[in-house]
Design a protein around this ligand. Structure first.
Ligand code: NDP
Length: 443
C-alpha cells in the first residue's frame, strides 16, 4: 500500500522512495506498537485456563496494564537461555558443513555468498533439544516441559531481543559505507527503522537478514510444536498425542522443513533482494513467527480429543485433503518457477508457454497460468488446514489464516507493483492473459 511517492537521490544510493505499509508514520507506528501487543496478549491471556482466560477484563487491555504485565513477564534467566539459543544458531551457521551459493547481483555489482546448511542446522538443533529432554541433561530444567511452561517469558524474550536487534541494525546501517535498501533510505527515521535501512547487514561474516529469516525463529516454532505435542501426550491414555495434534505437527513441520530444504530459493525472494533489514523483519522472524504460528499446537496442548465418531473421521479426512491440496499447489508453483529460472530447458518446464520480456521470460503456462500468485493460494489453504484441527470452541486459533490472508493480499499488491515496473508491457500482457491474482475465477 503506497501512501506517498517521491523520487530523490540520497548520498550515493540512487533511490525511488516509496512509502509502503501506510507509511511514513501511521502504519509503521501502528505495527511497531500493535503487533507486539497482539503477540503478548495471545501469550498472556490464551492459556490452559481458556482462550481467552475467563478472568480477562477490559481493564487488562488498557495500555498501562499491558505494559506493566509485559514488564512483569520478563525473566532474566529465560532471556539468557534465548540469547544462548540465538548465539548457538549463529555458531552453527559458521561451523556446519554445507555448499555455498551466491545471491543475485546487487546494484553495486557485488554478489554475496551464503552457506546452505540450514537443514543440517535444524536437524542438529532438534537432536540436541530432544537429547536434553530424554537424558534430563539439566536435571529436567530445560526439557520440553520447561519450554511449554515458559512460553510467556519466552515470548517476552523474543520481543525484547528482536526490538534490540532492530535498534542495533538501524544504528549499524550508519557505520561505514553500506548498501542501503532502495525502499528503506527515505531519511524519515521512523520509517527507515521500521522497514529496514541496510540491505544485507553482515557482522563478523554473519548475514543477519538471511540468518534470521530461516533459522532461530522458524526452528523455534517447530520446537514449540513438539513441546506442546509432548504436553498433550501426558493427557492421553496411551501416552501419544491425539490425531489432531499429530496432523498439526506433521503439516507445520513439513512447512518448516520445506523452507530450510529449499534454502537457496530464499535468495531470490523480495525479503532478501529488495527489503532492508529493520524492525519489520527482525520482529517478524524472531517474535511473530514462533509465537503466532504455533498457536494451533498450543491450543490443542490441553485438549485431548480421540477420534470416536464417523464425523470425526470424515472431518479429519477433509482437513487432510485440504492441507495436501495446499501443499501440492504451494510446492508445485514455487518449484516450477524456481526450476524455470534455473534451467528453462529442463524437461519439466521447457514446454510451458512464456511471454518474452527485456529480462527473463515470464511463465504464462502451468501453475503460473492459473493465477498470477497461485503459490499464495496453496500457502493460504495450508494455513486453514492447520487451524481446522482446533475445532470451533474458540475463534482465537484461527488468527493465523485470517492474518495470513491480509499479508498475502498485501504482498501480492507489492509484488504486482514491482513486476509492473520491472516488466512494463510484458507484465500488462501477462495480466491480460492471466486475469486472476490469487484464486482462479474469484480474485
Ligand atoms: P513469489 O515466489 O511469488 O515470487 C514473486 C516473484 O516471482 C516476482 O517478483 C517475479 O520476480 C517472479 N515472477 C512472478 N510471476 C512470474 C511468472 N509468471 N513467471 C516468472 N517469474 C515470475 O513471491 P514471494 O517471495 O512473496 O513468496 C515466496 C513464497 O513464500 C510463497 O509461496 C509465499 O506464499 C511464501 N510466503 C510465506 C510467508 C509466511 O509467513 N508463511 C510470508 C511471505 C511469503 P522476478 O521476475 O524479479 O524474479
Amino acid at each position: 500500500m503506497s501512501s506517498q511517492q517521491s523520487s530523490k537521490k540520497k548520498g550515493n544510493h540512487p533511490a525511488r522512495f516509496h512509502y509502503e505499509f501506510a507509511g511514513p508514520y501511521l502504519g509503521p507506528l501502528g505495527m511497531i506498537i500493535g503487533l507486539p501487543v497482539i503477540t503478548f496478549l495471545y501469550s498472556k491471556y490464551c492459556t490452559d485456563q481458556g482462550w481467552p482466560v475467563p478472568s480477562l477484563t477490559l481493564e487488562d487491555l488498557t495500555p498501562q496494564k499491558i505494559l506493566s504485565e509485559f514488564i512483569a513477564s520478563f525473566k532474566m534467566e529465560v532471556f539468557m537461555v534465548y540469547v544462548a539459543y540465538w548465539l548457538y544458531q549463529a555458531a552453527l551457521y559458521f561451523v556446519l558443513p554445507g555448499i555455498k551459493g551466491k545471491g543475485i547481483k546487487l546494484s553495486d555489482g557485488s554478489q554475496l555468498e551464503y552457506p546452505f546448511n540450514g537443514l543440517l542446522s535444524s536437524l542438529v538443533t532438534l537432536t540436541i533439544v530432544l537429547g536434553i529432554h530424554f537424558t534430563d541433561f539439566f536435571n529436567g530444567k530445560y526439557n520440553l516441559d520447561w519450554i511449554a511452561d515458559n512460553y510467556l517469558p519466552l515470548t517476552t524474550a523474543t520481543v525484547v531481543f528482536s526490538v534490540a536487534q532492530a535498534i542495533f541494525l538501524y544504528a549499524y546501517s550508519f557505520s561505514g559505507k553500506k548498501l542501503l535498501a532502495v525502499g528503506g533510505n527515505s531519511g524519515n527515521y521512523l520509517y527507515d527503522f521500521f522497514i529496514g535501512r541496510e540491505l544485507n547487514p553482515r557482522v563478523f561474516g554473519l548475514d543477519l537478514k538471511y540468518f534470521n529469516e530461516l533459522r532461530p525463529g522458524l526452528l523455534q516454532w517447530g520446537i514449540y510444536n513438539i513441546a506442546f505435542a509432548y504436553k498433550q501426550s501426558k493427557l492421553s491414555p496411551n501416552g501419544l498425542p491425539d490425531a489432531w495434534m499429530i496432523l498439526v505437527v506433521i503439516f507445520e513441520s513439513y512447512y518448516i522443513l520445506d523452507a530450510v530444504m529449499n534454502e537457496p530459493a530464499i535468495l531470490t525472494t523480495m525479503d532478501i533482494t529488495t527489503d532492508g533489514f529493520g524492525w519489520m523483519l527482525s520482529f517478524g522472524d524472531l517474535a511473530w513467527v514462533p509465537c503466532l504460528y504455533s498457536l494451533q499446537a498450543r491450543y490443542l496442548s490441553t485438549r485431548y480429543h480421540s477420534l470416536s465418531t464417523f464425523t470425526d473421521f470424515l472431518y479429519l479426512a477433509m482437513v487432510i485433503v485440504l492441507g495436501v491440496l495446499g501443499m501440492i499447489i504451494f510446492r508445485g508453483a514455487n518449484s516450477q518457477k524456481d526450476q524455470y529460472k534455473r534451467d528453462p530447458n529442463h524437461p519439466s518446464v521447457k514446454k510451458l508457454e512464456t511471454i518474452q520480456t527485456q529480462h527473463k521470460p515470464l511463465l504464462v503456462g502451468g501453475w503460473w497460468g492459473k493465477a498470477r500468485h497461485i503459490n499464495y493460494l496453496g500457502d493460504w489453504l495450508m494455513s486453514i488446514s492447520w487451524s481446522l484441527p482446533c475445532g470451533f470452541g474458540s475463534p482465537l486459533p484461527y488468527f493465523y489464516p485470517v492474518y495470513f490472508a491480509v499479508l498475502l493480499v498485501h504482498r501480492d499488491m507489492r509484488d504486482e507493483e514491482k513486476c509492473a515496473a520491472k516488466y512494463g508491457k510484458a507484465w500488462q500482457e501477462y495480466c491480460r492473459r492471466v486475469k486472476y491474482r490469487i484464486i482462479p475465477y474469484i480474485y
